[in-house]
Design a binder for this molecule. Structure first.
Ligand SMILES: [Zn+2]
Ligand SMILES: [Zn+2]
Length: 340
């Protein structure tokens, strides 16, 4: 009998996670097998579980915030060795031949492979991934710290470093959840005059502790007015998945300010052309980042004081942990751990 592994799988759309044994997969050419140590639970996992995204197949093993060690190498893999500490995030491989790939823009690959969508993901004791999807974990980060950086971390880090904002500029982070609590920390570490926007006065203390210099309680004040009172935001990083909350920041952007959208929602933004024209403002989305971006996010994080705040649960409790993420109660990222 071949060696086996435990995975948390969902058998039908919207179903519960169940722990089952599967045959240990073998890495094919260009692939490695990873002994998973930690896997974050992302908001988009709910879309996979519910079968909302095209091409999701069941039984499903989701999970795209993976940290672990390489334990087997497929044919032709160079530059990696068994025992290497690696992360795999949202970027789980690219096709290499589409228009984006040929332009070197791998994250917008027309056939981007997301772990837990294109192939079984990290809610498991082991998984197989293309070597091109691997990011090296630096010594200063534990597996539970590294895992959330593969999606949540790289998304905010990469979004912020690709804006026009410079040190000292007013940068606002909308939302203080799994993405936002990292966004505030990175914005402060980048030297921005950082504003946190969230719901309720009780979040102010946390926001300031994470490095924000200003806090706006969106339930008590008009967010755009508050941003304008601070001089106008060069960037609003919109992490909260609320199109309405995002729309209400636009008038708080400085001239040439950018609203950068990363909180996934299918609701429409409400913005008039005039709001954009008068201040030469822009709105754009930002998708995660490549394996190289994940590696740079982790290297920066290890050297800084930025750390994801996580709640851990063993793989066996995947279903309860997933429900906790879904309820919004998690502070701030749920991470599954395995005993390996
Ligand atoms: Zn994600
Ligand atoms: Zn491609």
């Amino acid at each position: 009998m071949s060696p086996s592994m435990r995975v948390a799988e969902v058998r039908t759309p919207g179903g519960a996670f169940e722990i089952v044994e599967r045959e240990l997969p073998r890495p094919g050419p260009g692939q490695v097998r990873i002994a998973v140590e930690a896997c974050g639970i992302c908001g988009s996992d709910a879309h996979f579980v519910d079968g909302n995204f095209p091409g999701v197949s069941f039984p499903l093993v989701t999970g795209h915030e993976v940290a672990g060690r390489i334990d087997a190498l497929g044919e032709g893999v160079t530059g990696w060795a068994a025992g290497d500490r690696v992360a795999v995030g949202w970027f789980g491989g690219n096709c290499g031949h589409c228009r984006s790939c040929r332009a070197g823009d791998f994250i917008t690959c027309a056939s981007l492979q997301v772990p837990g969508w294109a192939y079984p993901g990290g809610f498991a004791e082991a998984m197989v991934a293309p070597a091109t999807a691997l990011a090296r974990i630096p010594d200063g980060l534990s597996a539970t710290e590294a895992a959330p950086l593969g999606c949540a971390g790289v998304t905010v880090f990469n979004a912020l470093r690709h804006t026009a904002a410079r040190p000292g500029d007013l940068v606002a982070v909308l939302g203080l959840g799994g993405l936002g609590h990292l966004g505030v920390q990175y914005a402060a570490a980048f030297g921005f005059d950082t504003v946190a926007i969230a719901r309720g006065a009780d979040k102010e203390e946390l926001a300031l502790r994470l490095g924000a210099r200003h806090y706006i309680d969106s339930t008590a004040t008009t967010v755009a007015d508050a941003l304008r009172d601070l001089g106008g935001a060069k960037v609003v990083l919109a992490t909260a998945a609320s199109a309405d909350a995002m729309s209400r920041t636009v008038d708080g952007l400085a001239p040439r300010g950018e609203l950068v959208v990363i909180g996934a929602s299918s609701d429409p933004l409400t913005v008039t052309p005039l709001q954009l024209i008068m201040g030469a403002r822009t709105i754009h989305g930002h998708p995660s980042g490549t394996a190289r971006d994940v590696e740079e996010t982790m290297a920066f994080t290890a050297r800084s004081e930025v750390r994801p705040m996580v709640e851990t649960a063993p793989l066996e409790e995947a279903d309860a942990a997933f429900r906790r993420m879904r309820s919004g109660a998690a502070r701030f990222r749920m991470v599954l751990t395995t005993g390996t």
